[in-house]
Design a protein around this ligand. Sequence first.
Ligand SMILES: Cc1cc2nc3c(=O)[nH]c(=O)nc-3n(C[C@H](O)[C@H](O)[C@H](O)COP(=O)(O)OP(=O)(O)OC[C@H]3O[C@@H](n4cnc5c(N)ncnc54)[C@H](O)[C@@H]3O)c2cc1C
Length: 313
Amino acid sequence: MGARSFARHAASAVEAVLASKRFDGDVMESEPLARHTTYRIGGPARYFVVANDLGSLTRLIEACKVDGTPWMVIGRGSNLLVADEGYDGAIITLGRDFRSLNFDEDIACFTVGAGTMLSAVVQEAFRLGYGGMEFAVGTPGTIGGALRMNAGSRDSWIGSRVRTVTLLSEQGELQRVSGEAVEWGYRTTSFAAADTLLECEISVEKGEPFSIHGKMEANLNRRKSSQPLGQPSCGSVFRNPEGDSAGALIERVGLKGHSIGGAQVSTKHANFIVNTGEGRAADVRALIELIQTKVNEAYGIELKPEVRFIGFE
Ligand SMILES: Cc1cc2nc3c(=O)[nH]c(=O)nc-3n(C[C@H](O)[C@H](O)[C@H](O)COP(=O)(O)OP(=O)(O)OC[C@H]3O[C@@H](n4cnc5c(N)ncnc54)[C@H](O)[C@@H]3O)c2cc1C
């Protein structure tokens, strides 16, 4: 369904923006979010919008504020659990103008649009003979999602390579912030909830192609042998508690392989909950809560989800 399908006399500021000739993007109404998450789970969004340029993105967000329509910018949905009831608002993704990738050899730095896939940066760095991004090989999603989540492994994360981030603030201002001014935590960042991340600069170092390739291969092999990559998931569900492993704790309380409906604690990696086919968000959520209760009862540890919830109370 295209932007022009809205009624000539739009019922709301959002519909007026989406129907306007100036709007550059794609619009789907009542779009199942299961089509846009790696879990393949999630009910409909009132609007699912791909915004192709900054003007369209800005006008849409402003219109959401005018109408009081909830809105959220997502990437590839690889860290999301969306409620079965869906999201009664606008889910926005970043299209054409936000999918750029440029390299400045003089300062060994990529300038990357937030809608670009993280994997594109990893591959381009390797192709050009630069190291530093090997940790991210095999991590799905966009640069925007990686920045928001501070994506990484146990000992490397994207924030440590970010020189600057350009964002659209809640007040609708374009800001460029230094990477050093951002707090990059373990799958958390200090960006405001309503900040839309648009672009960033990522530093890399000249490296030895053989060694870069070796690190990438080793990381990929580790993933393949330890993660259920053939089944829909959101990656690790919980953050590892200080000095411990969420997966090991889940195994120790006997929940590895445990199912609720179509959600199962992976038999390969207990910190993954997989969708076995007909999984619903309610099943995943119930399994998450069961794990939290059992681990807390047994060890007094509160497991904190890494996955982001959308559309839940
Ligand atoms: C098989 C598998 C393996 C994984 N392995 C890893 C791993 O090794 N390390 C790791 O850290 N993660 C891992 N993940 C989780 C996930 O891939 C990362 O969190 C990823 O960075 C999310 O990117 P995304 O584009 O899919 O974001 P989404 O899941 O779409 O969104 C995640 C969050 O970011 C916000 N967001 C997205 N884009 C923007 C933007 N432009 N502006 C503002 N906010 C935005 C969303 O609102 C949401 O809160 C894995 C997931 C899977 C399925």
